[in-house]
Ligand binder design. Structure first.
Ligand SMILES: Nc1nc2c(ncn2[C@@H]2O[C@H](COP(=O)(O)OP(=O)(O)OP(=O)(O)O)[C@@H](O)[C@H]2O)c(=O)[nH]1
Ligand SMILES: [Mg+2]
Length: 554
């Protein structure tokens, strides 16, 4: 016999059998329900004394029978498809009448059912029918349309198939329109949690937004939730989650990013409740590292951290894995391997650990025999959003014209530049620093910074417009010292086009920095000559032909 869902306790076997027989019913593909089905349903509900709910596939096949309200039905697997309907509908009874309830509507919405019908039952017979379906997201309006109550048999001749096809078409058309408007970029919603930190929580949310942007996301909504203690199950309240799900629908977002770290159980529960992709701060940061990893050592470390973080999140969860699909949180050296199972991941972790040891040994030996007379390397570091990448571009701008081969991009994040009176220099960009690096990621982060050890000079970019710029500087410098980085430093005070003159001066003085606007190209000559002085001071003489500032023919 087919399974009965919901509360079947205390039901007589004969009644259970009758309910089970509902599985044999079928509705023609273009009809909402048949007269026989409605009558049987009403009669059985009256006998049971509880509502009875049916889950029907679009082709009219019975998929599930539950004693209880719509929420008692199992959620169909693979029901959820971006911006489309799930292909399932719910037909159920209401013994007390009263139309569709709030839980009915939120079930409809969350699982994108094709439609939901409630049949009022009086004396074992159907009386009125209440119908609702989703509508394309509009500002200010409800996400569904509820039709006025009609006599139960009014829908028997209705061409449900055609109505549904029209609705799907409309939904798809709107989704296409939005895609055109947005351009690329994964649309994400940020959820910051204020556990009583006050303004600090706001800053952390700003930082989360920066991280999301760096990972290639488009932030369409930010929500700061005040919660002194996290909800053990959902981190935030259930009501808040429903709200966010609705925002996601209106904003066409498929991803929720939480500013706190979620336990594997929380992430799973939130995903289940919202049907959205759920990421936490650590996963977001891992994704950024994955984009910045470019040495074998860094790639191995990032993959290792990704797998370690992923492993506990895999328990009994084929579903979450398949949902990962693509986009933020799925990138990286291990990208293609995310599909493998737990055991294989365990093996991979083991192999990576050995690989990392091997590479480290190799590198120690390679460093000993580092070549003389090579092109000096200048690495750019700094807090996230300080303007490192903009500065790299500004310092190597001429390369963009693509005329001179000297300036051609070598690797995505290293470019050749030219310093007047000195010669060629390699500039290399790095991943931004952030406060509260998740402990699980420290090793991977350091690995992405490994190239710093090849640098002859480290440019430390400070954003003069940032609150706490001095503190950011200190955080970064402390970490560099911890890593044992000995290369000379030069502080670049950036964004002077927008900075308060007093802040700028204070930073310049306290950090002995060079003030620039990477965006407007101001102060770059001063910076170049400071760089040259440091390089020469560390025993890297100017290149012979460059002393006359004659540039070689490209
Ligand atoms: N006003 C102004 N904005 C700037 C300047 N330099 C960079 N920005 C802006 O600051 C933002 C961050 O710049 P990026 O160069 O991406 O910063 P980053 O340090 O590479 O950031 P991450 O790689 O995310 O750590 C961008 O919106 C830039 O346009 C500047 O000199 N003046
Ligand atoms: Mg950058």
């Amino acid at each position: 016999m087919n399974k009965l869902y919901g509360n079947v306790q205390g039901l007589k076997p004969s009644l259970k059998k009758k309910l089970g027989n509902l599985y044999r019913r079928r509705v023609p593909a273009n009809r909402l329900y048949t007269a026989e089905l409605a009558r049987t349903l009403a009669q059985l509900s009256a006998e049971v004394g509880r509502p009875v709910s049916l889950l029907l596939a679009r082709n009219g096949q019975m998929r599930a029978v539950a004693v209880g309200d719509a929420a008692a039905l199992p959620v169909p697997e693979h029901a959820y498809l971006e911006s489309r309907l799930s292909g399932y509908r719910i037909v159920h009874t209401h013994l007390g009448g009263g139309g569709l309830s709030a839980p009915d509507l939120s079930t409809l919405f969350l699982h994108r059912y094709d439609s939901i019908v409630a049949l009022d039952v009086e004396e074992g017979r159907p009386t009125r029918a209440h119908l609702a379906h989703l509508v394309p997201p509009e500002a200010e309006e409800e996400d569904w349309r509820i039709y006025p109550a009609r006599p139960w048999d009014a829908y028997l001749q209705w061409d449900y198939g055609a109505a549904l096809a029209a609705l799907e078409e409309e939904l798809a058309r709107r989704a296409d329109l939005r895609e055109l408007e947005d351009g690329s970029g994964e649309r994400v919603i940020l959820v910051g949690i204020d556990e009583g930190q006050g303004p600090e929580a706001e800053l952390r949310l700003d930082e989360l937004a920066e991280l999301a942007r760096t990972a290639g996301g488009v932030v369409v909504h930010r929500e700061l939730v005040y919660r002194p203690t996290l909800d053990p199950r959902y981190a935030v309240g259930r009501g808040k989650l429903d709200e966010l799900t609705s925002v996601a629908y209106h904003e066409n977002a498929g991803t929720l990013i939480f500013g706190v770290d979620l336990t594997p159980a929380q992430a799973g529960a939130i995903e289940q409740a919202t049907q959205l992709k759920v990421l936490d701060r650590t996963q977001l940061i891992l994704d950024i590292f994955a984009r910045h990893a470019r040495t074998p050592q860094a790639e191995a470390q990032v993959e290792l951290a990704q797998l370690r973080y992923l492993l506990p999140r895999l328990v009994g969860k084929g579903k979450q894995l398949s949902r990962l699909g693509g986009g933020i949180g799925t990138r990286g050296p291990g990208e293609t391997k995310l599909e493998v199972d737990r055991r294989r991941i365990g093996e991979r972790i083991h192999r990576l650990t050995r690989e990392i040891e091997r590479i480290a040994k190799q590198r120690r030996e390679a460093r000993k025999s580092r070549k003389r007379n090579r092109v000096p390397v200048v690495a750019i570091v700094g807090y996230t959003n300080a303007g490192k990448t903009t500065l790299l571009r500004a310092l190597t701008r001429k390369g963009d014209a693509g005329e001179n081969k000297l300036f051609a991009t070598l690797r995505p994040l290293t470019r050749r530049g030219y310093l007047p009176g000195y010669g060629e220099v390699l500039f290399t960009d790095t991943v931004g620093f952030i406060r509260d690096m998740p402990p699980a990621l420290v090793t991977a982060f350091r690995a992405t910074l490994e190239e710093l050890f090849e640098a002859d000079l480290v440019l430390h970019v400070v954003d003069a417009t940032a609150d706490g710029a001095l503190e950011h500087h200190r955080v970064v410098e402390d970490r560099l010292v911890e890593m044992g980085l000995e290369a000379p430093r030069l502080v670049v005070v950036n964004k002077i086009d927008r900075a308060d003159p007093f802040d700028r001066m204070r930073l310049e003085e306290q950090l002995d920095g060079v003030a620039v606007s990477a965006l407007e190209g101001r102060g770059l000559e001063d910076l170049a000559s400071r760089i040259v002085r440091v390089l020469i001071g560390s025993g890297l003489p100017a290149q012979p032909w460059a002393q006359y500032d004659v540039r070689p023919m490209g």
